[in-house]
Design a protein around this ligand. Structure first.
Ligand code: SAH
Ligand code: SF4
Ligand code: F3S
Length: 438
């Protein structure tokens, strides 16, 4: 074929989807596709979808509807749905939206090249298996293109925890960890291509237990292996579950200089009654004790979390316990969501909290979180922090990057993308800090 085909991928949901989209683009690169930033000139459109809340899933159908005109103009255009909605509702998508040529679940991406060929030949292609083989090992390896200074690297996928509200164990399947040598090889390759910060990903990344030369390897042991890679300056990981915060991982936060002082540790609720109904298997108290131990190892760590309000049977007193927990922790960042009923999950069967009550609680929680976030961000003024610069800012001569604590920081001055520099923070704005190079 003379002309290269164009691929447009739109990514929804979590960082694991961002990583998967990169890998899918590479896999289809082997089929002659190059990426395009616009659906209008695409030969193939892939939506990498999220099923976590109802709104996220419904977006997919409205987005698909918008491609109707394009497909009428361009009958050769192929439209595919990947990700967690594909896994959960694959056959229904095919039924509801005849525009769709291809549906692929998150564990079958290594089969995309064959599926694309099938779709090209005019057949519908659907694969929502949980294959035995590991998609990561069979996906085409990364091309040696230069990369920006930060990258995601998925090391663990799936979840066996079955929180009563959550679809992830159904859409991503059972928990699996990638072998240590594969992770290290991919990390070295990323560093050779210009990456200086790697964020290790997993739905329960701290449950990592990949096979290594000395047997089963913990996330902390993996981090210490990555620590040895010259040129890799920063390591982060997300998302963690409180029950998998092992002693060696807590210690690593104190001892490993490359491991950044930021920890996303979702708790969901501050009420033990609700935590029990959520099947979270930790209490508010055990979570607070855990944070005490983490802060003993790394006093300046910035804590981040996730919350659900309006979970079935949540009372005002339960919600108050969540506010108390937020007060006690002091989050530098936190993400809060109104409970969304997900078909097939146990919580969907329980008495639901009225929508307006849930909305009102969400606003109160968010006000508290914003206050703390603001206070913690403002307290950075006057301090010196490390900043990894990523790209030019909005003003001429400006460069922006992320601090060790993941705050966005902008400076004016001669500094290149990929430079890790010490910066004195001079001001705190709405969503970012201003600083000057030291
Ligand atoms: N594996 C991570 C996060 C999974 S999903 C963990 O265990 O913490 C990201 C966040 O979405 C969750 O932390 C939770 O706060 C939120 N979430 C998941 N299911 C939800 C639902 N049904 N309704 C509202 N929020 C939900
Ligand atoms: Fe979902 Fe719970 Fe698993 Fe997180 S730990 S992915 S919230 S089931
Ligand atoms: Fe969404 Fe699937 Fe991630 S449901 S949050 S894309 S694991």
């Amino acid at each position: 074929m003379s002309d290269r085909k164009k691929l447009y991928i739109k990514t929804y949901g979590c960082q694991m989807n961002v990583y998967d989209s990169e890998r899918m683009a590479e896999a289809l690169g082997g089929q002659g596709y190059v990426e395009t930033q616009s659906p209008d000139d695409a030969d193939m459109i892939l939506l990498n979808t999220c099923h976590i809340r109802e709104k996220a899933a419904e977006k997919v159908y409205s987005e698909l509807g918008r491609f109707k005109g394009l497909k009428a103009e361009k009958p050769d255009l192929k439209i595919g749905v990947a990700g967690c909605v594909a896994q959960a509702e694959g056959e229904e998508i095919m039924r509801r939206q005849p525009l769709v040529d291809l549906v692929v679940g998150p564990q079958s991406y290594h089969r995309l090249p064959e599926m694309e060929a099938k779709a090209r030949s005019g057949e519908k292609a659907l694969d929502t298996d949980f294959p035995e083989e590991d998609k990561f090992e069979r996906l085409k390896s990364r091309p040696k293109a230069k990369r920006g200074p930060t990258a995601f690297l998925t090391v663990q996928e799936g979840c066996d925890k079955f929180c009563a509200f959550c679809v992830v164990p159904y859409t991503r399947g059972a928990e699996v960890s990638r072998p240590v040598d594969r992770v290290l090889a991919e990390a070295r390759d990323l560093v050779e291509r210009g990456v200086r910060e790697i964020t290790l990903l997993g739905q329960n990344v701290n449950a990592y237990h990949g096979a290594g030369p000395e047997g089963e390897t913990t996330l902390a042991q993996l981090i210490w292996q990555l620590d040895k890679i010259d040129g890799l300056e920063r390591i982060r990981f997300t998302t963690s579950h409180p029950n998998d915060m092992t002693d060696d991982l807590i210690e690593a936060h104190g001892d490993c200089a490359k491991l950044m002082p930021y920890l996303h540790l979702p708790v969901q609720s501050g009420s033990d009654r609700i935590l029990k109904r959520m099947n979270r298997s930790h209490t508010a108290e055990s979570y607070l004790r855990l944070i005490e131990r983490i802060r003993a190892a790394r006093p300046d760590i910035l804590m981040s979390g996730d919350f659900i309000v309006g979970f079935p049977e949540e009372t005002e007193a339960d919600f108050q316990a969540t506010l108390d927990l937020v007060e006690a922790v002091g989050y530098g960042y936190a993400y809060s969501f109104k409970y969304s009923t997900r078909p097939g999950t146990p919580a969907a069967e329980r008495p639901q909290v009225p929508e307006d009550e849930a909305t009102e609680r969400l606003h109160r929680l968010q006000a508290l979180i914003t206050r703390d976030q603001r206070r913690i961000q403002d307290a950075m003024v006057g301090r010196e922090v490390g900043v990894l610069f990523e790209k030019p800012g909005r003003q001429p001569g400006q460069m922006v990057g992320k601090s060790d604590y993941l705050h966005a920081v902008h400076v004016t001055g001669p500094v290149e993308s990929g430079a890790l520099r010490r910066v004195r923070i001079t001001g705190s704005g709405a969503n970012s800090l201003a600083g000057e190079l030291i």
